[in-house]
Design a protein around this ligand. Structure first.
Ligand code: IPD
Length: 275
């Protein structure tokens, strides 16, 4: 239960550590983009700054809270030994391809959860310095100002964000799903950062976001921020988002969008890769 944790303390730590990691990634960008390696496919890039930022985050969190568990995109993971079971979910740079190209949509994403329940989340846009945060039951904020998702609109007048994975077969399926969605919505945007897509649902820059295949570090912090801004955040069939599908939408749009995505078997994009 959120009341059993000092959520303000977790949030303050997340804000502080995310700001420090964002500063490192910003300062190192020009040097880092000349040291790119690839991960799962040739499109799945990682830079020296992704690794350095994750190391910094883990070392700061470990110093402040040595018993917490964590999982990070760049391979950092530790089982916790604390009685309260807090786990940190770390994406040092969500939107690494944007980071490489200089598109201003890349962010540090940091969330704290316990018992499967998100307690706090911070998404710090490294390029612009915009900071989104939320904690359980306390609302969502952009640069300290409360934000709420858009009021209900119908699906046909909704702006959607979505994303694509790195596996070519998965991308082909995601494209096929998108072809079935596009005629039914106002328009589609693909920023290249799931964390920021979710924050844009939170502040009403878009009405909804869906994606099949992102990892928990891509969507955990953005997910609590969108939910605390009033969006409905779910999977396709489950009420809990997962890798097969995360769907976040203003309440009036969530049901119709979920129906459309179900009719297009939108979670098959991820299942095609995992079997
Ligand atoms: C990616 C971004 C992208 C989403 C991909 C993610 P990364 O994260 O969030 O928007 O579509 O599914 O993998 O690789 O830049 O940390």
């Amino acid at each position: 239960m959120p009341g059993e944790y000092d959520i303000d303390l977790l949030l303050d730590l997340a804000l502080e550590v995310a700001a420090e990691a964002a500063g490192l990634a910003r300062a190192e960008r020009l040097a880092a983009v000349s040291q790119i390696s690839t991960k799962s496919t040739v499109n799945d890039v990682v830079t020296a700054a992704d690794k350095a930022a994750e190391e910094l985050i883990v070392s700061r969190l470990s110093a402040a809270r040595p018993h917490d568990a964590f999982i990070g995109e760049e391979g950092g993971a530790r089982t916790g030994s604390g009685a309260d079971g807090v786990r940190w979910i770390v994406d040092p740079i969500d939107g690494t391809v944007n980071y490489v190209y200089g598109m201003p949509f890349y962010a540090v994403s940091l969330a704290a959860e316990a018992g499967g329940r998100l307690l706090a989340g911070v998404v710090h846009n490294i390029a612009t310095g915009t900071v989104y945060h939320a904690s359980a039951g306390s609302g969502a904020f952009r640069d300290g100002e409360r934000v709420t998702c858009n009021a209900p609109v119908d699906l046909g007048r909704s702006m959607l964000a979505t994303g694509f994975g790195y596996d070519p077969e998965q991308r082909a399926r995601q494209g096929a799903v998108l072809a079935g969605v596009l005629p039914h919505v106002r328009d589609i945007r693909r920023t290249g950062s799931a964390a920021l897509d979710l924050c844009m649902v939170a502040d009403g820059t878009v009405d909804a976001y869906y994606e099949s295949g992102p990892n928990v570090w891509d969507y955990a912090a953005g997910g609590i921020i969108a939910a605390e801004a009033g969006a409905v955040v779910s999977g396709l069939d489950s009420d809990v988002p997962g890798r097969a599908m995360i769907l976040a939408a203003a309440p009036g749009v969530h049901g119709p969008l979920r129906g459309l995505l179900r009719s297009r078997k939108a979670d098959s994009a991820f299942r095609s890769v995992t079997g």
